[in-house]
Design a protein around this ligand. Sequence first.
Ligand code: B12
Length: 475
Amino acid sequence: MKVKMILPALTEARSPLFRPIKYSLFPPLGLATLAAYLPADAEITLQDEHVEHVDLSDEPDLVIIQVYITSASRAYRYADHYRKKGAHVCLGGLHVTSLPDEAAAHADTVFLGPGEDTFPEFLRDFKAGRPKPCYAAPLGRTLDHLPPMRRDLIKRDLYLVPNSIIVSRGCPHHCDFCYKDAFFGKGTGFYVRKVDDALAEIDSLPGRHVYFLDDHLLGEPRFAAMLFDGMKGMGRVFQGAATVNSLIKPGLLEKAAEAGLRSIFVGFENLDANNLRDHGKVQNLGRDYNAAVRRVHEHGVMVNGSFVFGMDEDGPDVFERTADWAVSQGIETSTFHVMTPYPGTALFQRMEAEGRMLHRDWDLYDTRHTVFRPARMTPEQLENGYWNAYGRFYEWGNIFKGAMTKEAAGALRHIAYAGGWKKFEWVWHALIRMKQVALGLPLLERALDLTRPPRPAAREFNGEPAARAVPMDGR
Ligand code: B12
């Protein structure tokens, strides 16, 4: 059986918004996970359009396509193409789960939710000649019997971060703008792998660097503690994502830093407590953002702050204020987003009920365009402000200003990391064109490891929280 697996690009390759380095970071772990269920004699071709052209001239028997919202139009085009050729086409992923009827018009089979249970079930039915049109992930799922993902299908040289890994699914929280509840189901929202399996996979990865793509790496404290204990001494440097509250609490951050954590993606989302409350981001409420950043830095870990603009309390001053706060705290890198209500989320339902959704052109649901009517500014102000925030945060002057909040090694790392990420785009483009992006990895490793975690301060060992919850004032 010939099987074609495709991850269509999130942005059209011709678009000026296609950012080669951003798209050359992470390999398609979802498809590599599914490939592990295919029979040993299947002839599998896995293509990721972020890093290569999709060859449409082949004649597969089975086509598996992963659909995100901004790749939906391309995904449907490929699906239609292969159906015309007589292949059985399967569509799955976040967008299919949000809008199964839309996807079903382009597929023989659609899949709702994660595929670890449904895909093997489908394969059994397909072999027996009676595949169903729709499979929905059951509740009560586990990752206990996950077969090792087919990393051999990943073209490692085309990615800056080939050692991407995921050791959990979902997140324990319920922010109204997140796809998660619709995708995983509220009941089975967050589950983790067996620690030993996760450690064995980490151990099998070549080199030093590891990037955890989990939504919340510290989301299950017992699991995280055992994971970091197990990683201690492995000599890894790693990156991941976690919430503000999990980083403020003493214990896990220390273990993570000792195990090699050097940069963490943190969902601050917004500096206004009313906005956070409105969107169910309760885990951030009453947290002292300044203290959280300070604490992470004290442990030798860099911060990648994530911020969302366009919430109802946001006026036209929010962009400068947010970027300036991030600079003043010495946050190394920031990711800004125009708030985007994804279909299937509580936010989408609310906006739709209020008549505030502007259109359904999914290509523009990329968190860079305004797709709803903001409360306190125009859609244009929101988009322009979003770009201005990026411009302001990554001005050389502000990179240096942020760096100057630190001691020498930390400052050097700040400049190397933020500058390397945003100011040398042409170098990345050249490396990508030459299919040499992997050359950047030793540099990334070195930059991450320019400072090591100092010995934790004594006050964190006598049970006293390092940063006490105070009414939030991130300004
Ligand atoms: C890596 C990644 C990217 C990569 C690219 C994608 C890639 N290589 O996979 C990059 C960096 C480019 C990226 C960009 C963005 N991303 Co992103 N990204 C991720 C991330 C961190 C990991 C994806 C992953 O590997 N997951 C692990 C695998 C195992 O899960 P999976 O891919 O979902 O696959 C499973 C299922 O989906 C299902 N499945 C999928 N396809 C199919 C097909 C079939 C047939 C079947 C049976 C099953 C199935 O089965 C798989 C196994 O369970 C996720 C968060 C996350 N934890 O998933 C966010 C995530 C997908 N990104 C998100 C967002 C918001 C973005 C951005 C918009 C952010 C921004 N403003 O920069 C941009 C997109 C901009 C654009 N449109 O151009 C959101 C998506 C929300 C949504 N509703 O679409 C997520 C979920 C993060 C979050 N928590 O909000 N991202």
